[in-house]
Every structure is written in C-alpha cells, then in structure tokens.
Design a protein around this ligand. Structure first.
Ligand SMILES: Nc1ncnc2c1ncn2[C@@H]1O[C@H](COP(=O)(O)OP(=O)(O)OP(=O)(O)O)[C@@H](O)[C@H]1O
Ligand SMILES: [Mg+2]
Length: 260
C-alpha cells in the first residue's frame, strides 16, 4: 500500500492534564501528518480519550499547546475546533436515539447551515437551496456507509454496530479534515469490525481525511495505522510505525502487565 502522507497538520506539544490528584496526561507530545491514520493505543485509563478531549476542546490542559494547521492554541475551543475541520466520534455513543438515522446525520451539518432560522422555517430563498444541498450531502454519506435501508429508522432501534456507523456518518457530515475516532470498533463482532475498518480506510483514501484512531484491537491497529502512539498511565511510552511499536520493550511490558 503506498499513499502520500503530507506535512504535519496537528502538533501536540508537552500536554499535561490533571483531574485533582489524577494525572491523566503527563507531558505528551506527538504529531499527526496530513492523510495518515494515526493510532493512539494503551491500557484502560492510559489517557487516550483525555488526549482526544484536549484536541477537540472538551478538556483544557494545564500545560502545553496544540497547533492545528499552523495555528497554536493553549486550549482549544470546541466550537472553533469543529469549524476548523475537526470532527469526532465518541467512545460512548452521543446520538439522538429517538431520531431517525437521516436526522442524526443531518445534525452533523448544523455547523454548515448558514441561513437564519426564520428563512429556514419558511423554507424560502437561500434557505430552501441550502436545505437541498445539505440533504444531498447527507444522502451521499448514507450511500457511502451503506445504510440506505435504515434512513428513517430511529437510531435506538438499530443494532450497536450500525449505531456506531451512524455516529461515523454524523461526524462525516461535517466534512472534516481530521477525524478523531474513539474506539469505533469497541463492542463489535468480527464482521462489524471488518465493515468499520473498511469504512475508515475508505474515508481516509477517498476523501483524503486524516484519521486519529483510538482502538484496543491490536490486529486492527497494526493493520490499518501508518503510525502509532502508545500511552500508559498518562505517559507516552512508544511512538512509531506498527512494527517499531510492536517491538518496543516498554510497550510489550505495559501490555503484558494488563488484561489486554
Ligand atoms: N472528567 C474526568 N474527571 C476525573 N478524572 C477523569 C476524567 N476523565 C478522565 N479521568 C481520569 O483520567 C485517566 C485517563 O482516562 P481516559 O478516559 O483518558 O483513559 P482511556 O485511555 O481513554 O481509557 P479507556 O481505554 O478505559 O477508555 C483515568 O484515570 C480517568 O479516571
Ligand atoms: Mg477511553
């Protein structure tokens, strides 16, 4: 597989984050290059989700900085991050369970809706055109994710694997440059995992989207990532290609010492 990896798009420098006495992240630095699939791995409680939460502005780290496309931030603001082109999916799904698949994915486009609410409510002028454009974009995502049959189904009625796919669709609706995925394959059976892997690879390949992926399944990580960061107890213990990380003594030790 040969693909073109670009310049650094996201640069995390010396990030430290504590919750009271708990040091969730200690002086973490790593970068993400355009078009790569960058995995973050590590045992439970290593700080993986906290790292994504710093990148997308949910948590404000006490130290360090994050540079996104040349702009440096002490802490990110979640709205601004989204506008700049970073979308994410959640470890614990954050979908509207009573709403249809279509409407959930549409909710990902809220940021892009420009016309004012009155025009939208009346469906006149630019609002009508805009609505058509957004619907078309959402339909494309539904086709891409092969969930046409469930367009009108309330998300809560779908099997878990498909709910995760809808969550990916909601993030894709933002047309992100960088997609942060927090355990997109957790709790899935083998077939669902294979499907999700294929979609992540296709998003990366067809849309050129940069992917930052937290995943526990080592087979998946080693298969699809270009580079891997390893965290353990809030510290970075490894960083490199899948092969480099696999042979890293500290990484082997961290994994042997846990149930993963
Ligand atoms: N909002 C919070 N308040 C207090 N402590 C937190 C909070 N979020 C995370 N932590 C703590 O920070 C540490 C890192 O948690 P985090 O969720 O980032 O780990 P993780 O690597 O994503 O783990 P998992 O694989 O279980 O999802 C843990 O000790 C956790 O208890
Ligand atoms: Mg987590």
């Amino acid at each position: 597989m040969s693909k073109k990896i670009g310049d650094v798009i996201l640069d995390v420098k010396n990030i430290s984050l504590s919750f009271g006495g708990v040091k969730a992240l200690s002086d973490i630095s790593f970068n993400v290059k355009e078009h790569e699939i960058r995995a973050i791995i590590g045992p439970n409680g290593a700080g993986k989700s906290s790292m994504l939460n710093c990148i997308n502005g949910v948590y404000a780290p006490q130290q360090g900085s994050i540079t996104f496309r040349g702009q440096t931030f002490k802490h990110m603001n979640s709205h601004q991050v989204a506008v700049m082109g970073v979308a994410r999916t959640f470890q614990n799904l954050a979908l509207f369970k009573g709403m249809s698949v279509l409407d959930n994915i549409m909710s990902g486009r809220n940021l892009k809706i420009k016309s004012n609410l009155l025009l939208q409510a009346l469906r006149i002028g630019p609002a009508e055109k805009e609505e058509i454009m957004h619907r078309e974009a959402v339909e494309k995502i539904i086709d891409f994710l092969e969930i046409q049959a469930y367009r009108k189904t309330p998300v809560g009625q779908l099997p878990y694997g498909l709910q995760k796919r809808v969550d990916l669709g909601r993030a894709l609706a933002m047309e992100p440059q960088v997609l942060l995925l927090d355990e997109p394959m957790a709790g899935m059976n083998v077939e669902e995992k294979q499907d999700m892997c294929r979609f992540v690879l296709d998003v990366n390949d067809e849309f050129g989207t940069t992917v930052v992926l937290i995943e526990h399944d080592m087979g998946v990580v080693m298969d699809i990532s270009d580079r891997v960061v390893v965290l353990d107890y809030g510290k970075k213990i490894g960083d490199g290609t899948p092969d480099e990380v696999r042979n890293n003594e500290d990484v082997i030790r961290a994994y042997l010492g846990t149930s993963h």
